[in-house]
Design a protein around this ligand. Structure first.
Ligand code: ZN
Length: 286
């Protein structure tokens, strides 16, 4: 059974001489593996220890490249979507925080000079697969540092590091950031707030509701543009399904994963390159 969230008595910034000391402190259950967790539970911790050159570390945002399919540092096979990889993906759908531990061998200005350091709780905002530098499939995760107490439910206490007895169980809430921009508002109006997949139009007392879904995601490392050709007008269900790769859209606008074809509008041109980007990274790996 994994403990998600803070470990009582081990505040952020605590340093350790070895992975074994990290393990003994209860932060991470393994001595070598990067991901601590189980495929049906989620990942409670990851160690950034210098395994992959594809990792990108921006301090509060980390693009983590997962493990597997490698011999030493060399990728020799596609990474499977099982075990730790699946565990970390589950954090996104369950809204679970993951503890991040940086090691001195992790190539980043944020790494400790020696040993290991517990760097706090992160949310798994996004995950996808792509061909790594070796040509084999790797799974990548966008981790975002949580502010103190963010997403940890009513039991979370700020800066709480000393307590007796077992660690309090912290529940996390799933949060999806719906970015409402001038562009997404425009597209929703073009489609009269009807989902381009199921044609549903949600009507509340305050007016109709739809969501603008960016096809190639905004932000690092995707850096999709906030422009009309990169936005779909979707109902919340189909937006969530699209974001998690439950369906993708082909060049001819037919779907993979569900039946049907994307409804289009004359005033809304879609860039098929963005659809290809989404399909190749979020769809079922071949
Ligand atoms: Zn829909």
């Amino acid at each position: 059974m994994s403990i998600f969230g803070e470990i009582v008595g081990v505040p952020e910034g605590t340093t350790f001489e070895s992975r074994e000391a990290v393990r003994k402190a209860g932060l991470h259950r393994h001595g070598i593996a990067g991901i601590s967790g189980a495929a049906d539970e989620g990942a409670d911790a990851i160690a950034l220890a210098g395994g992959y050159e594809d990792d990108q570390d921006f301090g509060d945002v980390v693009i983590y490249t997962s493990e597997g399919g490698n011999e030493g540092r060399k990728q020799v096979a596609d990474q499977a979507f099982t075990k730790g990889n699946k565990a970390l993906a589950l954090n996104k759908s369950l809204g679970l925080p993951v503890r991040v531990i940086r090691g001195h061998r992790h190539k980043s200005p944020y790494s400790p000079k020696s040993g290991y350091r517990y760097d706090g709780l992160f949310a798994v905002d996004d995950y996808w697969h792509e061909k790594g530098q070796s040509g084999y499939t790797v799974w990548r995760y966008r981790l975002r540092k949580l502010k103190t107490g963010e997403g940890l439910g009513p039991d979370a206490t700020e800066g709480k590091t000393e307590a007796k007895g077992p660690a309090p169980k912290k529940t996390a809430v799933v949060s999806r950031i719906i970015r409402d921009t001038a562009i997404t508002r425009q597209i929703k109006m073009v489609h009269d707030y009807r989902c381009q997949v199921c044609n549903e139009r949600l009507e509340g007392p305050a007016g109709p509701y739809a969501e603008g879904a960016h096809i190639k995601p905004l932000g690092t490392p995707h850096n999709g543009p906030d422009e009309e050709s990169n936005v779909l007008c979707l109902c919340p269900n189909h937006h969530a399904l699209f974001d998690m790769g439950g369906f993708t859209v082909n060049q001819d606008l037919t779907f993979n994963g569900i039946a049907g074809k994307l409804r289009t509008a004359t005033l809304h041109k879609i860039n098929v390159d963005h659809l290809e980007y989404h399909r190749s990274r979020y769809g079922k790996p071949s």
